[in-house]
Design a protein around this ligand. Structure first.
Ligand code: VAH
Length: 312
């Protein structure tokens, strides 16, 4: 491990950021990883900054203050919220990325991680075993911004040699952060409600199958990608990665193995249309071939771990 590495995690207070910050602090040492978010953080294991990633002078000041070498840019507005505030979603998701890519182009930093999403796919994309290269006609502002961002990453790599890497995360499930305005976040909220109320009303219909992943697998995939030798990276837009897919009725069945009298009901809302535009399962053979991706958690293991940790 190069002890001159200084990693800045922008969006360290979010669903991915909380866990990625902890994993990176374990890898590089607490003082070599700076947490940054627009809201103050409760996390005090290492240096942290509060600033708006869209304020370029503040971003530059933080990069200079700590001699940052890598940036993980996680700040984003997710799919459901983005449909309510399209201008803000586009502005945050796009301008933050361009500013960070420019820092790499100008050699202030040398490596960037930026998350994409299965939201780049749309209703015309093949829904099963969705390939790495396929039709991408997203129908949400969030998906449009993630698709545009992927092509910006590819352009900065081709034109300026910027080492920016990206994963198309499926719906992510974790117990360390509350649901955050995502269409897949029913799969997080369901655990909180099952334990507190023994019941949950799903905003997606019973048979809505979506690609999902347990956060520990997503964090491990992120670090595997960023640690891979640059010559192994053949995808400079964003890699498909997959773990398991399930429907609300299937996860309800798994929860009942732990909470037998758990009651599930269904009241689909505007998010049903978003979910119906996304794939049901993803082909991730390119990630497996290029940098050895293999998921570790099964649906059953995820449910068991979520309930165990939320009970604590
Ligand atoms: C969302 N959790 O629901 C995010 C994710 C695939 C979905 O990008 O918006």
């Amino acid at each position: 491990m190069n002890n001159k590495e200084v990693v800045l995690v922008i969006g360290s207070g979010g669903q991915i950021g909380i866990e990625l910050l902890a994993a990176l602090r374990n890898m590089y040492g607490n003082d070599h990883v700076i947490g940054a978010d627009i809201r103050p953080s409760q996390e005090v294991n290492g240096p942290s900054e509060v600033f708006d990633v869209l304020n370029n002078s503040q971003l530059m000041a933080v990069v200079r203050k700590y001699n940052v070498t890598q940036i993980y840019l996680l700040a984003a507005m997710l799919s459901a919220t983005g449909e309510k505030f399209p201008d803000r979603a586009w502005g945050l998701n796009m301008n933050s990325l361009i500013q960070v890519l420019d820092l790499a182009k100008e050699k202030h930093i040398y490596k960037v991680y930026w998350p994409s999403s299965i939201a780049v796919f749309g209703p015309t994309t093949p829904r099963n075993q969705t390939p790495q290269h396929t039709i991408t006609e997203p129908t949400t502002v969030y998906g449009i911004s993630k698709l545009a961002g992927e092509h910006w990453c590819n352009w900065y790599h081709a034109k300026y040699g910027v080492d920016v890497r990206s994963l198309r995360y499926p719906g992510l499930i974790s117990y360390t952060a509350p649901p955050g305005g995502g269409t897949t976040d029913y799969a997080v909220d369901i655990f909180h409600k099952a334990l507190s109320q023994n019941a949950y009303t799903s905003f997606l219909s019973a048979g809505t199958r979506l690609p999902m992943m347990y956060m520990p697998d997503a964090i491990r995939a992120t670090i595997m990608l960023m640690q891979a030798p640059a010559q192994n990276i053949t995808i400079h837009t964003s890699y498909n990665i997959a773990s398991f897919s399930f429907t609300p009725s299937e996860i309800a069945h798994e929860i009942r193995q732990h909470i037998p009298d758990f009651q599930m009901s269904y009241e689909p809302d505007f998010r049903q249309q978003i979910a119906d535009s996304w794939p049901q399962d993803i082909n991730d053979e390119q990630a497996r071939a290029d940098w050895g991706w293999v998921p570790e958690y099964s649906l059953q293991a995820m449910v068991s771990d979520m309930i165990k940790n939320l009970k604590q």
